[in-house]
Structures are given as C-alpha cells and as structure tokens.
Design a protein around this ligand. Structure first.
Ligand code: RIB
Ligand code: NA
Length: 310
C-alpha cells in the first residue's frame, strides 16, 4: 500500500501581472497577461504531490467566496483528499499580488485572509488525517502555533515531519527539534542558522547548525546551482537542470511536493532530489503557480531525456 502524505498550509488566489521590469517606488509600469491562478505554498506543494501520484490529503482554510469553492474542486481533480479543507465564513481566500518580470523572476506581496484562521481548534477535528499518514509537509504561511502543534504531534507519533521554512522567518529551537527534514533556500538558511551560504563549505556549516538542533536531514536549495544534501549518508550537492525561465513562482513548492512524493515511493534521497529538480525545472518554463505544475508523465519523460542526452 502507498505511503500517505498530509500537507498543512496556505491556499491563495494569485493575481499575476507580467512586466518588463518591476515598478520602483513612485513608478507606474504597464504590464500584460493579467490573470488569477491558484497558488499558496501549501496548495502548490499539495498539487505537486497529487499530480505526481502521491496519496495525499490537504489541511487548509479557504474563504467563503467563488475562488474558495472552485479551488476545492480543482484540488480534488488533482487527486487530493479535501475533507480537511475548511471554508471560513465571512472571510476571503488568501491572496497574493505577483509581478513576474522579463527574466522570470517575481516579486510577491501576500495577505493571509482565510489562512490566518488555520488555528489549532480549527485543525483539531481533522487530526485523524494525520493518524493515517506517514509524513507531514508544512510551510510558514500558516499560524506558527499550528505549525508547532502539528510538528509536535506528528513527531511524537513517529511520522516524518518535513518543513519548508518559507517565507523566511526565525523559528524556535523547540519547533526544529520536531522536524525530521528541512528544505530551506539560501536566504532562509541564513535567517535560521546565521550562516551565509555562498560556498559548499558554508552549506556544510549551516547543515551542522540544523543537525545540532535535532533536524536529521537538511536539503538546502541553491537555485540554478542545484541542491545541497546533508543526511545519514553524508554531504553532497546534486546539480539541477538548466532551462530558460518564464516564471520561477512556485518552483520551490514543486521541488518540495515532488521530493516528498519520490521519498514516500522509496526512491533514494539522491534520486528523489533529481526527480524534484526535474519537476521544478519544468514548472519554471511555465507561467503561474498551480498552472505550471507538471504531470508524472512529463517529469519522467523530462528526466529520461536529460540523462540520455548527457
Ligand atoms: O511559493 C509561491 C507562492 O507564494 C505563490 O503561489 C503565492 O501564493 C505565495 O504564497
Ligand atoms: Na512557474
């Protein structure tokens, strides 16, 4: 039987505008391609896992609006169990305002809205989802008190607790002590460990800080340089795939959803990271968060092709 995953996190309506360059203070720029697509780090990671074949349930809050009602349907269509997606009365779904520039880079402002209601008493009726799961994946767009509670419950029940510490913020050691695997980028690593990660030597130092706080596995994503791994097998860097970026929004989310999906299937850490690199690379060539997440077939084909051509 398949190992099961629970994702706890945010759902956002992403309002995207493509611009040649980001507006500076006091400046107005004319953009194009305005659209509203499904986003939010929690939902993005859940959709990546669901689309790639994981057995997954999402715990999240949406607003009592058209977007909230619609997203529940599209999440189910991606294979996600949505009994833990709670509709909050008189509150809009979370939102993100996103500029994407000509280089595919983004600038994002978010407002939690319904996501702020994902509090312990709201989550409690859905804890049976966690009982049935092997792993829990969380980010930091949800109330920290809930992230801490869930990490503690899951860790004490012997489950794998994965934390993608995004967006960056300092965290208490008591939370890290309940995290099995952490997946920060360079900025998040610096905020959490005080170590600036420019070289592999520095990545080793940062990983040692996380291990000292009780985290077993550390995966530091290095953008175009790939990902640094530190686990029971040692420390190494696995290169990513180079693609021409259209929109890097949610690349980290796709990496996380894909990584845990592959690990739950029993892939080795190195193969799981390669699989996650492939999924993230495809997503970077497409606009939008959930609109850019590839299917299993696309990732398998991409990886096969990349390894045959090198
Ligand atoms: O990680 C990308 C996500 O961050 C976007 O979908 C946006 O909603 C913000 O939460
Ligand atoms: Na994308």
């Amino acid at each position: 039987t398949n190992k099961k995953l629970v994702v706890l996190g945010s759902v956002n309506a992403d309002h995207i505008l493509q611009v040649d360059s980001f507006p500076r203070p006091g400046e107005t720029v004319t953009g194009h391609g305005y659209r509203v697509v499904a986003g939010g780090k929690g939902a993005n990671q859940a959709v990546a896992a669901g689309r790639l074949g994981a057995d997954i349930a999402l715990i999240a809050c949406v607003g009592n609006d058209d977007f909230g009602r619609n997203i529940i349907k599209t999440l189910s269509a991606d294979g996600i169990l949505t009994t833990g997606v709670i509709t909050v009365p008189d509150t809009p779904t979370g939102i993100a305002i996103i500029y994407v520039d000509g280089k595919g880079e983004n600038s994002i402002g978010i407002s939690a809205e319904a996501n702020a209601h994902l509090l312990p008493e709201v989550v409690e009726p859905h804890l049976t989802l966690l009982d049935h799961a092997d792993a829990l994946l969380m980010q930091l767009e949800s109330p920290i008190i809930t992230v801490e509670l869930m990490a503690r419950l899951a860790h004490h029940a012997g489950k794998t607790v994965v934390l993608n510490p995004a967006p960056a913020r300092p965290l208490p050691d008591s939370l890290l002590a309940n995290v099995t695997m952490i997946t920060p980028n360079e900025t998040e690593t610096e905020i959490l460990t005080g170590v600036t990660v420019k070289t592999e030597e520095e990545a080793r130092k940062a990983a040692a800080v996380f291990h000292a706080k009780g985290v077993e596995k550390v995966i530091i994503t290095l953008g175009s340089k790939g990902a640094f791994i530190s686990d029971e097998l040692g420390m190494r860097t696995i290169a990513g795939f180079s693609v021409s970026p259209v929109d890097t929004t949610a690349a980290g989310d796709v990496f996380n959803g894909a990584l845990i999906t592959a690990l739950l299937e029993g892939k080795t850490m190195d193969d799981a990271v390669r699989f996650a690199h492939g999924a993230a690379a495809i997503s970077v060539t497409r606009l939008g968060a959930q609109t850019s997440i590839p299917t299993r077939n696309e990732v398998d084909t991409f990886i096969e092709k990349e390894y045959c051509s090198t």
